[in-house]
Design a protein around this ligand. Structure first.
Ligand SMILES: [Fe+2]
Length: 422
């Protein structure tokens, strides 16, 4: 059997070395001194007015990285329940709020955001690369899809500007970037890399960021920032990495002005990285697997903490198809979809691969994908029959993918909780 051990050797060496290493800014109310903010990334909401959930839609969903568009209403209801219960001062949606920026999806969401604000929690948004026309929105009925109107950056600003941008004391005229006070002495800098070119901060946005941070300095305050795409490279394999143009410029500004934490999304998987005093947290996707979200807590004067939690939507779902919780249902569904990809790719594997080995490959593929996207702290067992089966396979797209996922599993640090003095 032809073998190329490169990624597996590298992944294994990483495994082994790791084991050795061991106020609400309410437009009217006065600002609070401390409190907590909910952070939602990559909601990827798709309006149910665009589909009958028929055969074509099912096919699209199977190729959509395991995102679950079937329980969105339950997810949004559960999220609102959580917001009302915990009384967050604000909720930040840092991009990719819609599936592909469909007008119908974003219109639905403005109604939802309004209802959140009516309950007393401020909403702040940022456009992601899936919100402003870089991908074609579609409707899906029966076995057909049709193109539908997708928001442009200016539509986004017109409809969603009221969630942060419009009333911000400082904003960038050329993008959806803005600065708002969150608590007494703490500002939120929202930076948009998707309103001109996908994944690029314009020169004018970098100038705006400098002006905003100068303003914060003059006020004697501190700032934390929010972006959609990460500013740092998070993955060893660079499989999904996509740093925005001018990220280094933003990071230099952060270092110069003492911005110590950036909250990003986009990768769909929990991560954290440090560079030159800046910590960047990648908050995971809300509509995958355990429905994860972040909570940012600020303690008067200086301390910031982040926690990553799972939103339990079990009570909001009408049928669990025999599972005892939505989490169980969701993980089983995700693993089934992942395994099917491998079973369907039978021709990519060595000719002597029998049904039993194919099933082993599929199960292992599903397991490591789940660990990667949940951000689980794991130990990779190089004697695991699934690992050995993949290691012994011939070169293929899928073997390459597995090698890369193995390189990017979290082996040393649990990123679910983090705190820092600002
Ligand atoms: Fe994205």
């Amino acid at each position: 059997m032809k073998q190329n051990p490169s990624f597996f050797s590298l992944a294994l060496s990483i495994v082994l070395s790791a084991s050795f290493l061991g106020g609400c800014s309410s437009k009217e109310a006065p600002l609070k001194q401390e409190g907590k903010i909910l952070l939602v990334s990559d909601l990827h909401y798709y309006s149910d007015s665009l589909t009958d959930y028929g055969s074509k839609f099912q096919e699209i969903v199977r190729n959509a990285d395991g995102k679950d568009p079937f329980h969105q209403k339950a997810l949004l209801r559960a999220l609102k329940g959580q917001i009302e219960k915990e009384k967050y001062d604000a909720v930040v949606f840092n991009g990719d709020i819609a599936f592909n920026g469909e007008e119908a999806s974003l219109n639905d969401l403005t109604g939802y955001f309004d209802s959140v604000e009516e309950s007393g929690t401020e909403v702040y948004v940022l456009p992601g690369n899936h919100d402003v026309g870089f991908y074609q929105g579609f409707s899906s009925f029966g076995d057909k899809t049709e193109d539908v109107k997708t928001y442009t950056p200016s539509d986004f600003r017109k409809s969603l500007g009221k969630y942060g941008y419009d009333s911000a004391p400082l904003k960038d005229e050329d993008s959806f970037s803005y600065l708002v006070p969150l608590y007494q002495g703490l500002y939120g800098l929202f930076l948009d890399a998707n309103s001109s070119t996908e994944n690029a901060y314009e020169e004018s946005t970098a100038e705006f960021a400098k002006e905003a941070l100068e303003y914060v300095k003059e006020k004697g305050g501190k700032a934390i920032s929010f972006t959609h795409q990460p500013l740092l490279s998070h993955l060893k394999s660079e499989r999904l990495d996509s740093r925005s143009v001018r990220s280094d410029e933003m990071l230099s500004l952060f270092k110069e002005y003492g911005v110590k934490v950036n909250f990003a999304g986009h990768l769909h998987a929990l991560n954290r990285k440090e560079s030159g005093g800046v910590s960047e947290i990648v908050n995971p996707c809300l509509c995958l697997l355990n429905n994860q979200y972040g909570v940012i807590s600020y303690t008067e004067g200086k301390d910031l903490s982040y926690g990553c939690f799972s939103l339990d939507i079990t009570d909001y779902v009408s049928s669990l198809e025999g599972y005892s919780s939505f989490q169980e249902y969701s993980e089983a569904r995700y693993k089934r979809i992942q395994k099917e990809k491998i079973l369907e790719a039978k021709d990519s594997f060595a000719t002597e691969t029998d049904e039993e080995e194919l099933s082993l490959l599929g199960d292992y593929f599903a397991k490591i994908n789940t660990d990667f996207f949940e951000g689980n702290l794991v130990k990779v067992d190089s004697e695991d029959p699934g690992f050995l089966a993949w290691e012994g396979q011939i070169d293929s797209f899928w073997r390459d993918y597995v090698g890369k996922i193995l390189m990017d599993l979290r082996l040393e640090t649990d990123y679910h909780h983090f705190s820092k003095s600002l």
